[in-house]
Design a binder for this molecule. Structure first.
Ligand code: TXA
Ligand code: MG
Length: 318
């Protein structure tokens, strides 16, 4: 762990080359993806991967997502059943993670998969992340760049506030476009299972792959990281119901509120703003010594499903 503040890198050639060099040297670099910022390290380097768990305070039984630049790298790491191929063709690069059988020859640190026979793989769309992956030339393990159980980071400032000097560098490419994490899917012989709602909507998946198995039950742990309390601000979160005096209110659609996810009731905008608004609500709650953040109801469709999943976990008993 370094004692100094992380180096800030720009999203230009120089920043990309420096980020790739730090990864090659076993460093921890926060990288922008289209979903959220990731805390990246060389997925083949045990010591570097161990530093991810240490920096986040993440339990070692919770495996990491591996990010790669192209399909050739996917094929080297995992077996691709037909269903996975169809999903990859439709949605990669993009906000989708596939849980696939791990090849024995993949060369990943065993810490990445936490001993599971499967690996979570993602081919991200963010041009800066893709440029770093190409310059580095290897698989990159990257969980969301927040302390374990806390609000995810969609801006470089969130990363610095949450992880600070534990990260060697932060590549700042501005706010993330999607704003919620990738959708996690597991193609299995019995059908396609949805392990985490996310930036790729269930409706889009169904159009390409047919029905997905309804495996996302609140409180049920499918992906080991889907513990019920997650994305938690410092103060309590309440969903729906009447605002109580002194609450910090987060609105959706027109109407008075301290902070608003989308004035027009647009779910895409609300997803983009979700974590930034939760970070801001937390700061406001501290300033006003409020006891709770009260969030308006969000429709449970499209990206609203991923938003509601995050909000339910943010509101879950700790
Ligand atoms: O959008 C995203 O997915 C971001 C960006 C940085 O890529 N990453 C992210 O990582 O959200 P993280 O670590 O916060 O969430 C990864 C989730 C965890 O719930 C973990 O348990 C699950 O993926 N996971 C990883 N490997 C798995 C596996 N082999 N089987 C099932 N779940 C797995
Ligand atoms: Mg996370």
């Amino acid at each position: 762990m370094s004692a100094k503040a992380p180096t800030l890198l720009a999203p230009d050639r120089d920043g990309i080359v420096k980020a790739a060099r730090l990864l090659a040297d076993g460093g921890l670099v926060a990288l922008p993806s289209e979903t959220v910022y990731g805390l990246a390290a060389d997925a083949r380097n045990d010591r570097a991967v161990a530093r991810i768990y240490e920096a986040k305070g993440r339990p070692s039984f919770n495996p990491l997502i591996v990010h790669v630049a192209d399909m050739a790298a996917v094929e080297r790491i995992a077996e691709m059943p037909g269903a996975a191929r169809r999903l990859a063709a439709a949605f990669w690069p993009g906000p989708m993670t596939l849980v696939l059988p791990l090849r024995a020859t993949a060369g990943l640190s065993p810490l990445v998969t936490a001993g599971l026979p499967t690996v979570a793989l993602r081919l991200p769309a963010h041009p800066v992340m893709r440029a770093v992956l190409a310059a580095f030339g290897g698989p990159v393990a990257a969980p969301s760049a927040n302390p374990s159980g806390r609000i995810s980071a969609t801006r470089a400032e969130h990363v610095i506030a949450g992880l600070g000097a534990q990260v060697d560098a932060v590549l700042d490419a501005g706010p993330c476009a999607v704003g919620v994490e990738s959708t996690i899917l597991a193609p299995a012989p019995g059908g396609l299972r949805l392990l985490r709602e996310g930036g790729l909507t269930r409706e889009a998946i169904t159009n390409v792959a047919g029905p997905v198995q309804e495996d996302v039950t609140p409180g049920k742990v499918e992906a080991p990281g889907q513990l019920s309390s997650h994305y938690a601000p410092e103060v309590a979160v309440r969903l729906g119901g009447a605002a109580q005096p002194g609450d910090i209110t987060v609105g959706f659609g027109p109407g008075a509120a301290d902070l608003t996810l989308s004035e027009t009731g647009d779910l895409v905008e609300a997803a983009t703003r979700l974590f930034d608004v939760l970070h801001a609500a937390d700061r406001l709650a501290a300033d006003r010594q409020a006891r709770a953040i009260r969030v308006s109801d969000i429709p449970d469709e499209g990206l609203g499903r991923a938003i509601n999943d995050r909000l339910r976990r943010a509101a879950a008993p700790r």
